[in-house]
Structures are given as C-alpha cells and as structure tokens.
Design a protein around this ligand. Structure first.
Ligand code: WT7
Length: 658
C-alpha cells in the first residue's frame, strides 16, 4: 500500500512482547515522571495548544476537594476547537466522517460539511428556544446527525445528554426526567442486523412515560434516516430536514462562550444503586484531556483514518468518535450497524474500504469475530493498519495474541486502554504518540502523563507486587467528571469516601514487579456485559416490581464471548409457582425495562437466597457458584440449604444448555 507507519510503530517488528525491554520504554517513563512532578505546568502547556475566548486564571482550583475545577476563569466552547479553528485551513477540506450504513450505503462529510450542518442546526435549536445551560436529550442511532446534534447543542451553550439508542423507552424516560430536558432529538429508525428498528416509536413511548413523571417535552426533532412510517404529534414533532433547510449554508452561529467548569454534557451510567447517575463532564477540562489523550493513544497523523467501533451512546463514542478525532482534525469512520452483518467480515471489509490505519474496539467484539474463524479475516487487505486498540473490559492474553498476530500481522502495537465514563478518556494505556513501552498481552501497561494511579488493599495501603487490590487515582486530572447531575453527595460517597482523598474506580487491579497495571474487572455490584456497564441493583429493582417476585439477586456468570452475563436468582411470593412461562416473563421484563443488553441468561427459582445472619445477601458466594469455584467461608450463612438449592438450580440450567 506504500503507507508509512510511524517510526515508533515500525520499530516494533516483531513485537516486543517476550523481549525484556523495548528500546524506548524508558523514554516514556521519563516523560510521565516529568508530567507528574509539575502537573500544573504540564497541563497549562497542554491547554495552551487549544483556542480559548479567555485564558484561565488558575490551572487547578483544589480548594474544595473532591470538587476539583480545571482552568478556572477560562472561557471557551468546544466547537471552537472541534470545528471553527479548522475553517480556513486544509483540514476544512478533509474528511471528518466516513459514514457506513449497515445497508451498505455510505456518506462522506468534510470538516466544512460538518461545520455547515452544525451551524444550521444550532440556529434551529436557538429558534426552538434552547438557551445556554439547557439540557437536550439525544436518542439517536449511529448516523452523522448524532455528532452534528451534539456539536449543535454545545455550540449554543447547551448541555447534551445522549441516551444509547438500544436503551428501552422507560430508561429514556428516566433520563429525560432527571435531566429536565424540554427538547429531544431522535430519528425515525435505523438498521440493525438487517431489520428496521423503529426508534421514533420508542422515543414517543419514552416521552409519554416521562410526561407521566412530570417532564414536559416541548419539541421532538426527528431525523429521517429510513423513511419508515412514524406517528406524528402536531406542534411537538419537527423534521430535522425541514428545520435546517430553512437556513442557508452560510449560516453562522457564534459558539457561545462557556466557563471552563461549566457542564459540557451529561452521560448516564450504572452504579451500585438502582438509579443511573448522570456523570457530568466539563467544558474546559474534558476538552484539554481528550484532545491530548487522543493524540497520545493513537500517535495521530494527518493521513490517518481512525475507526472506533463503538456506539456514540457510550463514553467511548463521545470521546473517541466525536470529540477526540474532531479536536485533532482527524478522519473518523462511523459505522451504523452490527459488527457481523451481513457477514462476519464486515469490520475487515470496512477497514479495507476506507484504508483504516487505527482500529479501536472491545474484547467482546474481538471474541465474537474470532469465533467465526480466521478465513473471514484473511479475505481482506488489512495492510493499512498501524495501531490497534481495545477498551471496556480485560482482554484475555490469547485474544490479545490473535488480535496482534492475525489482525495486526505482528506490526501493530495493541493499545489496551483502561478508563471509565467518569474519567473522560483513557487513564492507563500505552501511548505510542509519545513513546511506546514494551507491551505485555493483557496489561494496560502504565498510567498516561499526568495520571497518578496505584493499587491498594482494604486499608488503603499499597499492595505488594502481584497482589490484587483496588485501583485508585491519587491526583486530580483535567478529564475527571465534575460530579453527579443533581446529586453532589452521591459523587463524594461513590468515588471519594472509600479511600479518603483518592478517586476510587471500583475495579480490582494488580501491579507486577515492573510496575505494569493489570485490570481485573469490577469490584462492586456492577456487571460488564459485552463491555457495557449494567448495575445489578437496577435489574433487581425491575424484578421486584413483578407481582410474583418477593426477592431477587442478580449476579454475573462468566461467558466465553461477552465476558459475563447476568443471571437472576429469584424467590417467589407465596401462591406463585415457578414455571417456564414466568421465567420468560421475568427475562422479558428486564429486556423491556432496561434494554436488550441487560437480558438475563436465565432466572433460577429458589425458596431462599443465601444470606448472612444479619440479612445481607452473600454475593461473593453466589458469584463463586456461577464461576464453579469453591464456595469459601459459609459459616456466616443463616441457612445452608439455601446454597444447596441454588447450586442445584444452576447445575440443572447448565445441563440443559449442553
Ligand atoms: C469499566 C468502566 C471506558 C470506556 C468503556 C467502558 C472496565 C474499561 C478496561 C480495560 C479492563 C476495563 C472497568 C471500568 N474497563 N476499560 N482496558 N481493561 N477493564 O466505560 O462503561 O464507564 O465502564 O470498564 O471495569 O471500571 P464504562
């Protein structure tokens, strides 16, 4: 292909794993050390690479922990850096998005196209009455109008709350209510595995549920993606194309100046209570962090074609499909549909079609694609690839090797990025954009510049090398969340109370003798199903609402492809009998109340849940059963027969599955 990959990437032939030291290993560690020795200077310099209306008075205000505020006194708008600054440069004529529909249609948008569309929609939103500080909920499929909507909202000073299009109407309703949105942007439908998903129908249901809870949705903007028939509420619903075609292409809306510590967006994520929390990210800090991390992760160059195979409805899409690429003037691929439709080589066909140079996906996607067989990969020319990334869950070393050998042909470093919705962008990961370290399959390697992380025991003391503990972040960083929307106490309680003074991620981790971090999965009541975060309490709350259910406990069972899948243990009320019909009903209830990603693998009916004498459900024990591990200490059990019954139900289910 004649493509020249980065000097760093070229130097790693064959990959350094197995070798003791990659030659530039220490160069990275030296860079990192300097960054944390004087973080204020470090971030001050990084922030000056971007455009601001007003420069900050203070890089970091740490007078009211944990409410750290970055670039205080600074004013900007993320549009200035994602779009406006590219106009009048060669980037204006560069591809911003190669969009690929599941049905094989495609669209190409330059930075100039994007700029025009965003300005027109921004003007339309102003006409609809969207004011600075207003929240706009976005419930959209993976089409270019999704990033356009996000940018238009932030351009007029609004706050977006994107709700993943795979979430149920009732999940949408809860988020509209909590965010107090008066405007919703959605679409008629989209393709998923060759079938039409009627999104507008879901949006209508969501809005009416939200209004029952006191919300008032005044306007619903609808993008016509498919042209499928939709229900229409006169006076409330407006077509996106009718709204924006009123304005000429020269429409210009000045990006509304916002304070650095204003809210840029809200993104709801699951935690350990039944109610998802609205994670708030900041205008200035998020922008500075994402701009830099995107560069460090991907060593981004003008000629790159970057593809994050994720949905914009999650933080990965916000950061690595929308803001990261645009802040760097990079070209991004956006794919609408299922990764194995119409055939299991869809991703590789897309890599070939657009000459993708950097490919970022999840371990679940890789495990899914691998099980179809290597011949699907071999059919395609993947020689443009130079860096591969993964995110969302721990990657098994054997999948890592498959990715490295078959997809990357032993030329491309694997950038395993550990982070979470709350952190804004990657925190622990290789940084080929600075200097590549020796990789170890399954390890996310070292913290990024400016990030100080550690692994500690129950008492907050660092664990010795090789001993599992809890991951903490010891110093504030610009990409950190501002707080939880409408609930400052929850922010303090969830993240800053377990180990006072430190940010608690909720993950198990281990550091090896050489200081490498290995992330081992969630340490709390949160599941990672196919890389998606789902709270067990949320699911339990749904089950309890069913008239037949007295008690419920949801646990993650290991799954060879999805990492883990939910399994529910349910105790029925007197007068109800367990049967297949009821099992199906309960599974369906979770599907419709939360979304298909939360669908339990099965429901185990038991007469009792294993509890301590003080009445606490013994989750660790349940987990051990699911993982076929020894039960461990059962002496605190209130009634040992509860365990026997559960083991039996689980064994029966597994026997049926065979
Ligand atoms: C949780 C956060 C961040 C984007 C996608 C997920 C797990 C994330 C890794 C990784 C091991 C990982 C953690 C974390 N996780 N990346 N590279 N290795 N585990 O965002 O939905 O907020 O989930 O995902 O358990 O706590 P999220």
């Amino acid at each position: 292909m004649g493509y020249t990959s980065s000097p760093e990437a070229q130097r790693i032939e064959p990959l350094p794993y197995g070798e003791k030291y990659f030659p530039h290993h220490n160069k990275y560690l030296d860079f990192w050390r300097a960054s944390v020795e004087d973080p204020i200077k470090f971030w001050d310099e990084r922030a000056r690479e971007l455009v601001w209306y007003r420069t900050w008075d203070k890089v970091l205000d740490d007078s009211n922990p944990p409410f750290y505020r970055w670039f205080v006194g600074g004013e900007t708008n993320i549009n200035l850096n994602a779009l406006d600054r590219w106009m009048g440069t060669h980037v204006a004529n560069k591809v911003a998005y190669y969009w690929e529909g599941e049905d094989g249609t495609s669209r190409v948008l330059s930075y100039r196209d994007l700029f025009r569309e965003v300005n027109k929609l921004a003007r339309a939103l102003q006409d609809l009455g969207v004011k600075p500080g207003d929240t706009v909920t976005i419930y959209m499929p993976m089409i270019p109008e999704l990033p356009i909507a996000m940018l238009a909202v932030t351009r007029v000073g609004g706050i977006h709350s994107v709700v993943f299009s795979g979430f149920s109407p009732s999940a949408l309703a809860d988020r509209i209510v909590d965010a107090k949105s008066r405007v919703l942007i959605t679409a008629d439908g989209y393709w998923r595995k060759g079938k039409v998903v009627e999104l507008k129908k879901g949006a209508d249901e969501g809005v009416s549920l939200a209004e029952k809870q006191g919300a008032k949705v005044e306007k619903v903007v609808v993008v016509r993606r498919l042209g499928n028939p939709v229900n229409w509420v006169e006076g409330r619903d407006v077509w996106y194309h009718e709204l924006t075609s009123k304005y000429p292409d020269t429409t210009y809306v000045k990006p509304v100046p916002r304070k650095s510590d204003d809210v840029l967006f809200i993104l709801y994520t699951s935690g350990t209570t039944g109610k998802p929390k609205g994670v708030m990210h900041s205008v200035g800090g998020y922008m500075v962090y994402v701009y830099n991390v995107f560069k460090w992760n991907w060593d981004i160059r003008p000629e790159d074609v970057h593809w994050t195979m994720a949905d914009v409805g999650w933080i990965t899409g916000h950061t690595y499909i929308v803001y990261g690429p645009l802040l760097n003037g990079a070209t991004e691929v956006m794919y609408e549909g299922a990764i194995d439709y119409p055939q299991p080589d869809r991703p590789w066909q897309i890599v070939e079609k657009y000459g993708v140079t950097i490919f970022y996906t999840s371990p679940t996607a890789l495990r899914t694609l691998r099980q179809y067989g290597d011949e699907w990969v071999r059919k395609h020319d993947l020689s443009t690839l130079r860096i591969l990334g993964t995110v969302g869950e721990p990657i098994n070393p054997d999948v890592w090797r498959w990715y490295f050998e078959l997809i990357g042909k032993m030329r491309c470093p694997i950038v395993d990025t550990w982070w979470m919705t709350e952190t804004g962008a990657a925190m622990i990961s290789p940084a080929p954009g600075i200097s590549l370290v020796t990789l170890k399959p399954g390890s996310a390697t070292f913290p990024l510049p400016g990030i100080v992380a550690d692994v500690v025991d129950e008492n907050g003391n660092p664990t010795p090398p090789g001993v599992r503990g809890y991951l903490i972040i010891k110093k504030p960083w610009p990409g950190m969340m501002l707080g939880v929307w409408g609930d400052p106490e929850r922010y303090v309680k969830t993240y800053w109370s377990r180990f006072p003074g430190y940010f608690y991620a909720g993950d198990y981790a281990v550091k090896d003798e050489e200081g490498y971090f290995w992330l081992l999965g969630r340490a709390d009541e949160v599941l990672k199903v196919a890389g998606h975060r789902i709270g067990t309490t949320e699911m339990e709350d749904v089950l309890i609402k069913h008239p037949a259910v007295a008690e419920a406990a949801v646990i993650g069972a290991p799954d060879p492809v999805k990492g883990e899948v939910p399994v529910a243990a349910v105790v029925l009320k007197a007068g109800y009998q367990p049967d297949e019909q009821l099992r199906k009903e309960l599974i369906e209830l979770i599907r419709t109340q939360i979304g298909p990603i939360a669908t339990p693998k099965t429901v185990l009916f038991v007469r009792k849940l294993p509890k301590t004498r003080s009445g606490k459900i013994m989750r660790r024990l349940l987990k051990n059963i699911m993982e076929d591990r020894p039960l461990g200490d059962t002496t605190t059990l209130e009634d040992p027969t509860a365990v026997e019954e559960l083991v039996k139900a689980w064994e029966e289910f597994k026997a049926q599955m065979k």
